[in-house]
Design a protein around this ligand. Structure first.
Ligand SMILES: [Zn+2]
Length: 81
């Protein structure tokens, strides 16, 4: 009786582990496809002035800040000093 219960217990754990593995694999693939849609050109960075997110390759860098446009960079510097 003890051995059968042990086998059943092991089977339940194995099935549960497989279920979790499949679920996590599904979640990972969904997250990866979502990221691809959201980030077509690499990292998104927040504008230091208006907080709008823009792709890093189109953003303008100043010190350790990013800006969506040249005018926002100028406004940020003007207000800072
Ligand atoms: Zn901006």
């Amino acid at each position: 009786m003890g051995l059968i219960r042990l086998i059943i217990f092991a089977l339940v754990i194995w099935m549960f582990w497989r279920l979790i593995r499949n679920y996590r694999a599904n979640l990972d693939s969904k997250q990866r496809s979502g990221e691809k849609k959201k980030l077509p050109n690499g990292n998104m960075v927040a504008c230091g002035y208006c907080k709008v997110h823009v792709p890093e390759n189109t953003a303008i860098a100043h010190d350790d800040q990013w800006f969506c446009s040249e005018s926002h960079r100028a406004k940020f510097i003007a207000e800072k000093h």
